[in-house]
Design a protein around this ligand. Structure first.
Ligand code: DC
Length: 228
């Protein structure tokens, strides 16, 4: 059966990664969380005190960054590796979340990440989630999904997820972080978050994980059958 490319874009904490991972599992496709790549770059910049507003510093730093994903048999998920170190836990911390949107506005950072993402898709059979996957990374993807959810629902979901790791976190902090990332992600100059003209919108505010997977699987099967 011919393989296709599936993109999932949308604001932070819409449940894109969970859905993309489930979908990839069902179809036996590769799942790539592109946000993890921007997070790993941000972690490197923070650790090495790189000034991301300084073009030469950024370009030199990027030369020292190797990113890859490796399967973790314990969790059944792929972990993000930065220069051969598993950084999956560190990239989810608040300090990275607070700076990742700013780092993602930098043109050189985007070019670096997008080039690697495009290589990952050259054999198709991939589900990638992010902000610009349907618009910039794979503009010719066979299936593009734009995920939306009620802001209050997103804050609640994100808060639950963060609270499990850090019980000092407040709902206000989570809400402010989401609002500021939404703003930066959709207003930046280079490939801002946009719904591609040919993307299908999925509002999952009132859907369970099983329900949304069922809907999206149907869309994927239709596209796969059509691409024969
Ligand atoms: O999906 P996430 O919340 O882990 O993404 C973290 C940040 O990375 C997000 O706020 C913006 C940036 N990002 C991006 O600019 N383009 C992508 N394709 C994916 C993420």
């Amino acid at each position: 059966m011919r393989k296709i490319i599936i993109t999932l874009d949308g604001f932070s904490s819409c449940g894109k990664s969970t859905l993309a991972r489930q979908l990839a599992n069902e179809l036996n496709y590769v799942f790539i969380d592109s946000g993890a790549m921007y997070r790993a770059i941000t972690l490197y910049f923070l650790r090495h005190r790189i000034d991301w507003n300084h073009q030469v510093e950024v370009l030199n730093a990027l030369k020292n960054i190797t990113l890859d994903f490796q399967y973790n048999a314990e969790t059944g998920k792929s972990d993000m590796y930065l220069n051969h170190e598993d950084v999956e836990v560190f990239i989810r911390e608040m300090q990275v979340s607070e700076n990742v949107s700013a780092v993602s506005t930098v043109k050189e950072v985007r070019e670096f990440a997008v080039a690697q993402q495009q290589l990952m898709g050259n054999k198709k059979g991939i589900v990638m989630d992010g902000r610009d996957i349907g618009t910039t990374v794979f503009p010719y993807a066979e299936l593009k999904i734009f995920v939306v959810a009620d802001p209050a629902v997103r804050v609640e979901r994100r808060y639950k997820e963060m609270f499990e790791k850090n019980s000092n976190i407040t709902i206000e902090e989570v809400k402010n972080n989401l609002e500021s990332r939404d703003y930066i992600d959709s207003h930046r100059e280079v490939s801002p978050l946009r719904k591609a003209a040919d993307a299908i919108e999925l509002d999952n505010s009132n859907l369970t994980r099983e329900e949304q997977l069922e809907i999206v699987l149907k869309w994927a099967e239709e596209k796969i059958n059509k691409s024969h």
